[in-house]
Design a protein around this ligand. Structure first.
Ligand code: C5J
Length: 222
């Protein structure tokens, strides 16, 4: 069983590759491309694109090493029975969840905008978790997949740092998973939230997990 040490803050972390999953959170067209959910909320979606190449490099190395790779997509059933009123009724009514946009109905499963961006598209066999919430655990099969694969540690990438990445690692931390977050593989519409979000994870001795970058993970995997 291969064990590697990855340089990180607040300290280096040693992981067993067979017990580690890469989790790519919500790298969806709805968040990263114009005309989707992210833009409908008034955000500059271009701010998230810096995370694409680091994620791509990490995915390439992880696939070579045979790590479990799990992708998530935020979104709702076409009848929106899994979308709380409190979530839907926010923002401009013409561009809310379920309304028609240039990439189909906003944040609805099966619509082009809800799918993962082509640059990071899942390969056959990689689980894709459709989640109605911000975290990957709520109302999904995520934890069952982790348990079935004997996963203890997560390397969590994706968008946005302070929303779905944070919610997922906080939930994972409470369930006993160690989370390592490569900051350059994450992104936010608000760069300040991204920076502070990363600082929050590693503060207080790593209260929610560890923070590193793709280069340090790639060096450890090489
Ligand atoms: C948001 C996410 N920000 N994937 N979703 O609504 O972070």
């Amino acid at each position: 069983m291969q064990t590697i040490e990855i340089d990180a803050e607040p300290e280096a972390i040693t992981i067993e590759l067979a017990k580690t999953a890469i989790v790519i959170i919500d790298m969806q067209r709805d968040f990263l491309e114009p005309g989707g959910f992210g833009e409908s909320l008034g955000n500059d979606v271009a701010l998230l694109s810096a995370a694409i190449e680091p994620c791509k490099a990490l995915l390439r190395a992880a696939r070579q090493k045979g790590l479990l790779i799990i992708h998530t997509r935020e979104g709702h059933l076409p009848d929106m029975s899994d979308a709380h009123k409190a979530k839907v009724e926010r923002g401009d009514p013409s561009v809310r969840i379920g309304e028609m946009g240039p990439m189909g109905r906003i944040l609805i499963r099966g619509e082009p905008g809800q799918d993962i961006i082509p640059a990071l598209y899942p390969q056959a066999g990689e689980p894709v978790i459709d989640k109605p919430g911000k975290g990957a655990f709520y109302a999904t099969e995520f934890e069952a997949i982790l348990q079935a694969n004997g996963i203890a540690d997560l390397i969590v990438c994706g968008v946005t740092t302070e929303v779905c990445v944070h919610t997922t690692i906080r939930e994972a931390n409470d369930r006993g998973y160690r989370c390592l977050v490569p900051g350059d593989c994450c992104g936010s519409y608000n760069p300040e939230f991204h920076e502070i979000g990363l600082r929050m994870i590693k503060a207080q001795g790593g209260i929610f997990g560890w923070v590193t970058d793709s280069q340090r993970i790639l060096a450890a995997l090489a």
